[in-house]
Design a protein around this ligand. Structure first.
Ligand SMILES: NC(=O)c1ccc[n+]([C@@H]2O[C@H](COP(=O)([O-])OP(=O)(O)OC[C@H]3O[C@@H](n4cnc5c(N)ncnc54)[C@H](OP(=O)(O)O)[C@@H]3O)[C@@H](O)[C@H]2O)c1
Length: 333
């Protein structure tokens, strides 16, 4: 698989990563089985994937425990990216960016992951009660202590209604990045990026490119929508948050079908069993050499299919066609 580097760290990874969140956190609990997820991780690694994206919050903790079983056997095949700073409380999620907490969280992640160093440590969300420089300073201390190789900031889930006056969803994130850069270099940012959520292209991606910062594209398959395997009406399990998410109402899914149809058209033109999911990922890969999509799945078949997107080269004509696709994106703002 083509290799890409994570920011200025010179740490190489396969161009397509694996998002491990669906194995223990999203989407429906009833679909989650450890044995199947383990097979998916091994299949992805065998297909050339190296970046595994997890978080202490996924489960909570069980996703790191699952990956620990893989790292124990195959540490040299894996670039492990995990996150701290969000805790699952009584039915809600709270931020904790206090330095002493961050240090404890890192030690706990190292134990669960059965490793002595994290390749990338992301701040899941900044804590509004703690200056981000303080949290980041503690994380920089973990690099100095040899427990972490590189630091990143996660900006997924930035609430759309908080769009700034200039209309840029990531304006606040960019301000935060500028602040933490003063303390210790940012190697990577994790943000949502897909054909139906392309907001990061406006300013965040250029900000990263100009500074040699990698962009880990979260939800690159539009939480499954862009694969063409979800149909309007959903059929989601009752505990799947998509059953209640505004992006997945029957009306919104129907309105966005032209995106799926466009992906399918491009896939068919490439032949050789190319799928809409692979075209969606190839579109993300085409946004810059510093972009690494982390598609999430708990199935070996899809992990291998997604890894195959690294070998798919979209033409300028494909990219223009995809860029021109009508979508109903704006109506969920
Ligand atoms: N930092 C953050 O706050 C944050 C937030 C969201 C996501 N992330 C990261 O980004 C990763 C990706 O996001 P995501 O998992 O939410 O969304 P995604 O990658 O856009 O889509 C995942 C969904 O697509 C399905 N899928 C995957 N490959 C498929 C294929 N080839 N064909 C058909 N369906 C396929 C999966 O099904 P199955 O699960 O049934 O296999 C899952 O339901 C996460 O795993 C996580 O690591 C980070």
């Amino acid at each position: 698989m083509e290799r890409r580097t994570i920011g200025a760290t010179a740490l190489g990874v396969g161009a397509v990563g694996l998002g491990c969140m669906p194995m223990n956190w999203a989407y429906s609990r009833s679909q989650q089985r450890g044995d199947r997820s383990l097979r998916a991780v091994h299949a992805a690694l065998d297909a050339g994937v190296s970046l595994l994206d997890t978080a202490d919050m996924y489960g909570p903790f069980t996703n790191e425990l699952l990956l620990g079983r893989v790292l124990k056997e195959r540490r040299s095949d894996v670039f492990v990216s995990t996150k701290c700073g969000l805790l699952v409380g009584d039915g809600h999620v709270v931020a904790n960016g206090r330095p002493e907490y961050v240090r404890r969280a890192c030690d706990a992640s190292l134990r669960r992951l059965q490793t002595d160093v994290l390749d990338l440590y992301l701040l899941h969300r900044a804590d509004p009660e703690v200056p981000v420089e303080e949290t980041w300073g503690a994380m920089a201390g973990l690099v100095a202590a040899g427990k972490v190789r590189a630091l990143g900031l996660s900006a997924v889930g930035v609430r759309r209604p908080r769009r700034s006056r200039t209309g840029d969803l990531y304006e606040g994130t960019i301000r935060q990045l500028a602040r933490v850069q003063q303390v210790f270099p940012v190697a990577a940012v994790q943000a949502e990026l897909s054909l139906w959520a392309p907001e990061a292209l406006a300013r965040l991606l250029p900000w990263c490119a100009a500074r040699g910062v990698g962009l880990l594209a979260a939800m690159p398959l539009g939480s499954g929508f862009l694969t063409g395997t979800l149909t309007p009406g959903g059929g989601f399990e009752p505990d799947d948050p998509r059953a209640r998410h505004p992006r997945f109402t029957s009306e919104m899914m129907a309105a966005n079908q032209p995106l799926v149809a466009g992906l399918r058209r491009v896939a068919e033109r490439h032949g050789d069993g190319v799928t809409p999911a692979q075209v969606a990922l190839a579109w993300v890969l085409a946004q810059g050499r510093h972009v690494v999509p982390v598609p999430g799945t708990k199935r070996a078949r899809w992990a291998v299919e997604n890894a195959g997107a690294a070998g798919l080269r979209l033409t300028a004509g494909d990219l223009a066609e995809l860029a021109a696709l009508p979508g109903a994106r704006e109506s969920w703002d």
